[in-house]
Ligand binder design. Structure first.
Ligand code: SF4
Length: 702
């Protein structure tokens, strides 16, 4: 039988590449990039290209499981759903709605998060709804809210071809979004545009830079301020743009005086001359596009890093026009959808805040519930949910398509917290994961291509990923699982749905008049197109590639804010006992905790060991040689890996990837085990990218 090709969208990173999925005799056998797709035009990276074996993986969950005599055993759906509904209702009765929490992956469809929000915030009355958007993009969202007045990413990928300067900070794009980085490199060849890269590691991306600024971890705010200092002092500013469309210039000018490059060179370790060169290149650029990622968002002062980066775009008038502005790429396929549907503890659907009484009223009216049902205070962030499990204030946690026992910092503390739950419900596609092993009930959900729903990408493009094959065994679509649990809890009238399309049609109603307005989007339209960029308010609307083209921002004065921010201190500084800074990063062949990619033998064989990058001077001092086993220790535990001694990492800093969970890689290789659960105070995003560690040869400690 010939291979039949079906359209889909990549389920991994937030770029939103269009894919063609090849099906033969009911099995997915090949995956290619979609030619002509506006995001990737046929290009594809290793992750989706090697996905097909996952549809037949031996650890695929095909039926629900329930804990019995300390063992997870197969059980029927009716029994497991009745158990969950009964336990949740009893806990709510005894401890109140605020004792129930939810955490899910940002690769879930928006429809699934709409249902969870409605169940948790509308029906149960708990705002403790979190997603991995907290781990990925909470700082970006807060950066946009403080600078622009709304979580509204202004640019699009087509800006790559319009830019003549790319400023890339804390983002190894060659690995994290290879398809977009290839597009940048191709645009650069045609236009002779320039690249500035800021990173403590000389990454694959830094190797392509015209100017590479190797700064100490956690010093980006000082660097951005020094660049702002030069722009202001040497007159590289767009006076007309600043006068009409921004606020805060005089305060910024005053406060940037104390950041001359000579001073900031001492903070960052980056030569003064290079800071001047970078600033002048930015000052002379006609169109600068900025990119940043977890090097900013998962670090001390994360939101301030975002603000000070946006200052550089605003000072030079690099906003609201082709090729210019901030372009944040999200880590997971639907992180943007999570933000807009309200899958964070302070949000309500349609980019609304739980603290805003008008927003609560609008949502309560839409859901036809008493307005008092929606709690007026933000729920707990995921780190505070774990604290709540330890303290007993959170009694039940429902986890969907996520692996917090490996993905959160200080994983031993996380595991202990999860073990204390009265009931831990885990909805996933594989067992075992570090998290399913701790569950009281495991719900067999469905993966991409086995169900239908929508993702929203980093450029606000909504795309439909349709069901192509049937799920195995008794696995159910995640929407169906959620509405079945909701009905079993007694919320029949509120959850009458029979399809994800019906859920989408309801959800889009609450986006009306908002920046995420999708009134003109429907599944049929998405079937015909390669996505629509939001807002898209009417059925004949073509979508919106760029925001703020009218130069009106969402702040009360209609202006974008120049925000003077000070360089802060990390939550855990180095000292004589723990003298090194650990930063974590990604590999091109793996994704997150490896739940999927480490089950693909081809990808797994590329990088079977977790590599620890060490500067030659540090290695020599400790007697560590290339290829030997090394132990990294923090105040939270020990993790081991294989030494790679290279001067591409700064002396005093070590780096590991975070993909090596114990369920797939064996014990003691997971970098998150030693990371610090401290978080940025403004975004509550954990500081994975900075913790104090010591290092030794494995045979002296392990
Ligand atoms: S770059 Fe991202 S969206 Fe594109 S194919 Fe790779 S993982 Fe998927």
């Amino acid at each position: 039988m010939a291979v039949q090709w079906k359209k889909s969208t990549c389920p991994y990173c937030g770029l939103g590449c269009g894919l063609m999925v090849g099906v033969e005799e009911g099995r997915i056998v090949k995956i290619h990039g979609m030619k002509g797709h506006p995001v990737n035009d046929g290009d594809i990276c290793a992750l989706p290209a090697h996905y097909p074996p996952l549809f037949r993986a031996k650890e695929r969950l095909t039926q629900p499981l329930i804990r019995c005599n300390d063992e997870l055993i197969p059980a029927g759906w009716d029994k497991v759903i009745a158990f969950i509904a009964d336990r949740l209702n009893r806990i709510i009765k005894e401890y109140g709605p605020g004792s129930i929490a939810f955490f899910g992956g940002a690769a879930c469809f928006t429809e699934e998060y709409y249902l969870i929000n409605k169940l948790m915030k509308g029906a149960i009355g708990s705002n403790h709804v979190e997603s991995t958007a907290r781990l990925c993009m909470a700082s970006t969202a807060m950066g946009f809210i403080s600078t622009l007045g709304a979580d509204a990413p202004p640019t699009c990928y087509a800006d790559v071809e319009g830019a003549d300067l790319f400023f890339i900070a804390g983002n190894n794009m060659a690995v994290s979004v290879p398809v977009l980085f290839r597009r940048i490199c191709s645009a650069r060849r045609k236009k002779d545009s320039k690249i500035i890269v800021v990173d403590p590691r000389k990454t694959e991306t830094a190797a392509m830079a015209d100017i590479y600024l190797q700064i100490r971890p956690g010093t980006d705010v000082a660097l951005n301020n020094a660049i702002a200092h030069v722009l202001l002092k040497e007159g590289y500013i767009d006076k007309e743009f600043l006068k009409h469309y921004t606020s805060g210039l005089s305060d910024l000018t005053e406060k940037m005086r104390k950041y001359p490059p000579s001073f900031v060179a001492q903070i960052t370790g980056c030569p003064e001359k290079q800071i001047y060169e970078a600033a002048r290149l930015i000052g002379k650029a006609k169109a600068m596009l900025t990119f940043w990622f977890q090097g900013y968002n998962q670090s001390p002062g994360a939101v301030f890093k975002n603000n000070t980066l946006h200052n550089l775009s605003l000072l030079t008038g690099n906003f609201c026009r082709t090729g210019a502005g901030p372009l944040s790429i999200t880590g997971e396929a639907n992180t943007m959808g999570c933000r807009w549907v309200g899958a964070l503890a302070h949000l309500l659907p349609g980019m609304r805040m739980v603290t805003n009484p008008i927003h609560r009223h609008e949502v309560a009216k839409f859901w036809n519930i008493p307005v008092g049902k929606i709690q007026p205070t933000p729920g707990r962030s995921i780190i505070d949910i774990i604290h709540g499990l330890h303290s007993g204030e959170i009694r039940a946690l429902w986890i969907m398509s996520s692996n917090p026992a490996a993905s959160l910092p200080h994983t031993r503390w996380v595991e202990e917290g999860l073990s204390k739950a009265d009931v831990l419900i885990v909805q996933d596609i594989f067992h075992p994961t570090e998290t399913t092993l701790l569950a009281d009930a495991v719900l067999a959900g469905t993966q991409w291509c086995e169900k239908t729903g929508t993702f929203i990408s980093s450029e606000r493009r909504i795309e439909l990923a349709e069901k192509i094959i049937d799920p195995p065994g008794l696995a159910k679509s995640d929407c169906e699982i959620i509405w079945t649990v909701a009905r079993a809890m007694g919320f029949h009238n509120e959850f009458p749905y029979v399809s994800s399309e019906e859920v989408f049609e309801e959800w889009k109603g609450i986006t009306r008049g908002r920046i995420c307005d999708m009134g003109g989007v429907n599944y049929n339209r998405l079937r015909d197109k390669t996505g629509l960029q939001l807002p898209c308010p009417e059925v004949d609307h073509p979508g919106t590639p760029r925001l703020f083209t009218d130069l009106r921002f969402f702040r009360p004065d209609g202006r974008a804010a120049l925000l003077a921010r000070e360089n802060g201190e990390p939550a855990e500084a180095t000292d004589s006992e723990y003298p090194f800074v650990l930063i974590t990063g990604r590999l091109a062949c793996h994704f997150n905790t490896g739940t999927r990619t480490r089950r693909i033998s081809h990808l797994n064989n590329i990088a079977p060991d977790n590599i620890i990058e060490i500067h030659p001077a540090d290695a020599a001092r400790l007697g560590i040689t290339e290829g030997e086993e090394v132990v990294i220790s923090s105040r939270r535990g020990n993790v081991r890996g294989i030494a790679s001694i290279k001067d591409r990492i700064l002396a005093g800093t070590v780096s590991m990837s975070f993909h090596y969970g114990s369920a797939s890689a064996g014990n003691g290789k997971l970098a998150n085990l030693v990371c610090n659960p401290a978080y940025d105070i403004h975004s509550q995003q954990p500081q994975f990218k900075y913790c104090a560690v010591k290092m030794s040869k494995a045979n002296t400690l392990w």
